[in-house]
Write a protein that binds this ligand. Structure first.
Ligand code: WTA
Length: 652
């Protein structure tokens, strides 16, 4: 049967390199062998109530104990029912009670080079004061607070203040337009807006408050706006609505006990773009989310109290929520937070930061790693980055050759790499190597974490064979899972639960190899169907990226009379001559790497690829361009409009 009939996907990528953790790493790791991993995995799978009940009692502070570990009925899931806890308490008060109040919680560096540190005690004081500021503005349990701020400590303070008093935060990445803010504010009925006068980006000041002013004209539910003074640029303040952060903080009391909240109380909503239609507000809760981020942080990063941990994401994304603020802080970790661009004032900024702050764990995205490869090794060679002991990636698949570069150039061949697969919806990491246990394979997110039970099915909902791709689903609930889409139960059901009833549909394709390792093959909508063979985008792209002259690549299908679809690839080159000769070279290279089937029909060179603001390639827009159509659908999340304009022009 052809793949197009079963909906299975061909696997054309062959990757045999295997990197076991060093003996030394294993010896010092909390989970130091595959036997340890397997024991944990089995315990969570065989008796989830016992496993998660005990873990929750150990890891979280309970104002009132829960009486049921988990209730679930299809998409309706509740964890730790009847219990009361507080995320802000678990991140702050609990660390202080454990004697770690003087440990640094945040080491912050601004783009201009200014720095600031906050111990857990100092952070608690700021959070309590800001909680009282919010209460003073009439914010109470269940009210939505919209946050549109630069990566400053105050962004984390605002988030922790909301969760302290039971307010629901909705953080909006500070690169979105006024229109996008207003849409999100209206969807959530936000009551208060928090922002700053401006933010620094590549040496320029961006006027955030001007953007917010325009958004608030169309956000009728927002009653007040609190403005952090960051860039000291002029901005219009509306009397009676707008207040300066520092003025309100002056009189605020530092006494604000954390409010006991129901396990299932909504902690935050975070908007994520659908490929079409309006953005959806993913809704997370209190106890389950807190526990999931806390445990996964321990497992995946093998965190130790002396680590200096740096996650380069922005708090505007789920990675920032779960692995800058809530996961690390509920463990008492020291987190580095950086405000600006990776190439300001020069392309060595990250390595300069790593060296000066002696960063030990670095968690970043493939899009950033590909940029570092393109910028050249000389920027890394200038710095001593030997403090690093563990590396992570998230957000997209990592091409094996990019992985190898990360391993050699940044990891000095000694740091394990954790390729973490997860989603805004999953709350935290779902599949990842455990650095002291799992032998890694470049390009694979390896194995599910304890509590994660994946299944991969074809379009007929039959489990696929080993090494064949299909739809990745989750057969069992886990504590960190989303509980809904804000105000849109119908979309929640349709999107995640109706395709394979009783199972959560991730929207990604994946395959399992002979060793039981998972390989993510891209979004379900991105599959390319050539002559009845279904190919995954990442495999075609990885073949091209393994060519020395290619920096980045995106593969999409376009309609073709005979084959169904033809493969069109968009390629950015390192510093090579893009032209017919290179096209021939690349065709040959793909033929050699994966075979004739995957040889691209069109190879289009470009200076840049359209990406979301969090760095993911927007293949949907490229599909339109490849087919000679006007790029349609929601483009509000596009990072750089000029890239799209340029690609569309090239075609005329
Ligand atoms: C993709 C980010 C391959 C995937 C935490 C997923 C990945 C989507 C990986 C979620 C990875 C994320 N390997 N693909 N390690 N990590 N993805 O909601 O398609 O911004 O469904 O959450 O990113 O993106 P989101």
């Amino acid at each position: 049967m052809a793949d197009s009939e079963t909906g299975q996907i061909d696997n054309v990528m062959q990757e045999d390199r295997l990197f076991p953790p060093s003996e030394q790493f294993c010896q010092n790791a909390a989970i130091g062998s595959m036997d340890d991993y397997q024991a944990l995995y089995d315990a969570a799978k065989n008796d989830p109530d016992k496993f998660w009940g005990e873990t929750a009692r150990e890891e979280l502070h309970w104002f009132e104990p829960f009486d049921t570990v988990c209730n679930h009925d299809g998409s309706h899931v509740e964890w730790f029912v009847g219990g009361k806890t507080n995320i802000s308490y678990n991140c702050l008060d609990a660390n202080i009670a454990a004697g770690n109040g003087d440990r640094l919680a945040i080491i912050w560096e601004g783009e201009p080079g200014d720095t600031r540190t906050l111990t857990y005690k100092q952070l608690l004081t700021e959070v309590c004061k800001f909680s009282n500021v919010l209460t003073g503005q009439g914010v109470g349990v269940g009210d939505v607070v919209s946050i549109y701020m630069p990566m400053t400590p105050e962004l984390a303070i605002a988030m922790l203040a909301c969760t302290r008093i039971g307010a629901i935060h909705s953080v909006i990445f500070a690169g979105f337009s006024a229109e996008a803010i207003a849409d999100r504010n209206n969807d959530a009925s936000a009551k208060v807006q928090i922002t700053s006068d401006g933010l620094f980006r590549r040496g320029k000041t961006l006027p955030l408050k001007d953007t917010v002013n325009a958004a608030l004209e169309k956000s009728p539910t927002v009653e007040c706006c609190i403005v952090l003074q960051r860039a000291k640029n002029d901005c219009a303040m509306q009397a009676g609505r707008d207040y300066w952060w520092h003025e309100l903080m002056e009189d605020a009391s530092a006494d604000c006990p954390a409010l006991p909240l129901d396990s299932e109380a909504t902690s935050f909503i975070l908007y994520t773009s659908g490929s079409t239609g309006k953005p959806k507000g993913i809704r997370h809760t209190t106890a389950g989310y807190n526990l999931w981020t806390k445990k996964t942080f321990q497992w995946v990063f093998d965190w130790k109290p002396e680590d200096i941990y740096w996650c380069t994401a922005d708090c505007g994304w789920i990675t920032g929520h779960s692995y800058i603020v809530y996961g690390p802080m509920s463990n008492g970790a020291t987190c580095l937070m950086y405000e600006g661009a990776p190439n300001h004032p020069a392309p060595d900024r990250f390595w300069d930061v790593v060296q000066r702050h002696k960063v030990t764990i670095l968690y970043t995205a493939p899009t950033a790693i590909r940029a570092f490869v393109k910028w050249g090794d000389e920027h890394i060679d200038k710095h001593d980055i030997s403090s690093l002991r563990l590396l992570g990636t998230v957000g997209e698949g990592i091409n094996p050759d990019t992985w190898i570069w990360y391993h050699e150039k940044i990891g000095g061949e000694k740091c394990p790499i954790v390729d973490t697969w997860w989603q805004t919806e999953t709350g935290g990491i779902m599949m990842s190597p455990l650095p002291g246990a799992t032998a890694t394979k470049p390009g694979s997110c390896t194995l599910p974490l304890p509590g994660v039970v994946p299944v991969i099915v074809d379009e007929g909902l039959h489990p696929v064979e080993t090494n064949h791709g299909g739809m990745l689903c989750m057969a069992q609930p886990w504590p960190g899972m989303l509980r809904g889409i804000w105000g849109d139960e119908k979309r929640f059901q349709e999107q995640y639960w109706s395709t394979f009833p009783g199972n959560y549909l991730t929207g990604d394709n994946a395959r399992v190899d002979d060793d039981g390792y998972y390989w993510i093959m891209g979004r379900i909508d991105d599959v390319i169907n050539v002559s009845g063979h279904r190919l995954s985008t990442i495999e075609v792209e990885s073949a091209l990226v393994s060519h020395d002259k290619v920096a980045e690549c995106a593969a999409v299908g376009r309609p073709h009379d005979l084959k169904g679809q033809a493969i069109c690839v968009f390629v950015t080159v390192k510093d090579a001559q893009a032209g017919e000769a290179l096209r021939d070279e690349l065709r040959l290279h793909v033929r050699k790497e994966i075979g004739a089937l995957a040889v691209p029909d069109d190879i289009r060179f470009t200076d840049g690829l359209p990406k979301t603001r969090s760095g993911k390639i927007m293949r949907r827009l490229l599909r339109d361009i490849a087919a000679g159509r006007q790029a349609a659908g929601d483009v509000s999340t596009l990072e750089d409009f000029s890239v799209l304009a340029k690609l569309s022009e090239d075609q005329e």
